[in-house]
Design a protein around this ligand. Structure first.
Ligand code: PLP
Length: 375
């Protein structure tokens, strides 16, 4: 059996090697490493795919979040509501900009921001809400947008784990995750659902004014060449990454289907096991399974991990320490937040391998391993 990885990027590359190698050679020959034509071509293709007016590429997903917060003009001390149960970048940029992270608990089923808890956390200083579509499942955007409208708050979606996912509104309208809030942010880190071969990221918006500001911020606050209107950053997607992304965007729906097939097999295999809660699929969310993360109840997670490791099955804990309990946020009153669902999930979740190249032998071996540990 081919060794099992959490994500198998080598086998994925092998399938598109010829196309990628040719495209990369063309970039090398052109020497247009920065702002080569493929960067804007990719942005246009992603706009089309997402059904959004503006895609602004940048250097990584963390930058995208920071740039979004800079573009809406947040001031030191402004409050930003975010989950604590997320990758650290979401909360880190809030602190970096000297804003105040307000950590809110997640829904125990979806692992995403709980709209009722968000409503309770709003104060006159709240300026933004940053929902995270964790593991590829959409946050419940419709109530979150209603709260934001009522209080005149900007919504920045952290879509780093859910590109290609959908959200269905109560009236049946379907939108891609990342295109529902005022700004969507994503990462093209290699292991993400749409990943390049280095670092990359992007911002999405339908708002002309926001798009213009974001374009300024990513490029040294520049409005015309050598005229700098606001303090910005230097954050670009390079041309070599753009050609990889153009090729992989064509395959994104296939990649998602492959991930969902793995998730379906896991769901079916684990349905009858009392110690396992399989990932929830809310009716409004088209889950793209960036991770397949189950909850373990009444069994030792450490023992399971050890057992799996002995059988060459990798597993990961995303995330062992929630943001509000990180030392980084000690000075922000992090530990004062009461987030019982987040704390509970932190001790129970475990993610199994899921990727676009999983074969039946591997899948059977992982499933057998989990089943035999719990029997
Ligand atoms: C990966 C990720 C980011 C950061 O993306 P980078 O490209 O690594 O900077 C931000 N938020 C979430 C939820 C992520 O998973």
């Amino acid at each position: 059996m081919v060794p099992i990885q959490m994500v198998d990027l080598k086998r994925q590359y092998a399938k598109i090697k010829e196309q990628v190698d040719v495209a990369m050679q063309e970039v090398l020959k052109s020497a247009a490493f920065i702002n080569g034509a493929p960067v804007q071509q990719f942005a246009a293709e992603l706009q089309e795919y997402l059904g959004i007016k503006h895609v602004i590429p940048c250097a990584n997903g963390t930058d995208a979040l920071q740039i979004a917060m800079m573009a809406i003009g947040l001031q030191p001390g402004d409050e930003v509501i975010t989950p604590s149960f997320t990758f650290i970048a979401t909360a880190e940029v809030i602190a970096l900009l000297q804003l105040k992270p307000v950590f809110v608990d997640v829904d125990p089923q979806t692992y995403c921001l709980d709209p009722a808890a968000v409503e309770k956390a709003i104060t006159p200083k709240t300026r933004a809400i940053v929902p995270v579509h964790l593991y590829g499942h959409s946050a419940d955007m419709e109530p979150l947008m209603a709260i934001a409208r009522k209080h005149n708050i900007t919504v920045i979606e952290d879509n780093a784990q859910a590109i290609g996912g959908n959200y269905t509104f109560r009236d049946g309208v379907v939108k891609k995750t990342g295109t529902i809030g005022h700004i969507g942010c994503t990462s093209f880190f290699p292991s993400k659902n749409l990943g390049c071969y280095g670092d990359g990221g992007a911002l999405f918006t339908d708002d002309e004014e926001l798009a213009a500001r974001i374009k300024m911020v990513v490029n040294h606050g520049q409005s015309a060449r050598y005229y700098h209107d606001v303090v910005g950053v230097n954050s670009r997607l390079d041309t070599l990454q753009a050609v990889v992304l153009r090729i992989k965007l064509q395959l994104l729906d296939e990649y998602i289907a492959a991930r969902r097939a793995v998730a379906d097999a896991y769901d079916a295999a684990f349905a009858g096991i009392p110690q396992i809660t399989v990932p929830y699929r809310a009716p409004y969310s088209y889950h793209v399974y960036h991770q397949y993360t189950l909850q373990l109840n009444g069994a030792s997670r450490d023992e399971l991990q050890k057992y799996l490791q002995e059988r060459n099955v990798p597993s990961m804990i995303y995330y062992p320490v929630p943001a509000h309990r990180q030392k980084m946020f000690a000075g922000f009153g992090g530990a004062d937040f009461r987030l019982p669902v987040t704390d509970d999930l932190t001790t129970k979740v475990i993610s199994l391998p899921i990727h676009t190249e999983m074969d039946q032998d591997q899948l059977a071996h992982i499933i057998n391993s989990v089943q035999s540990f719990l029997n």
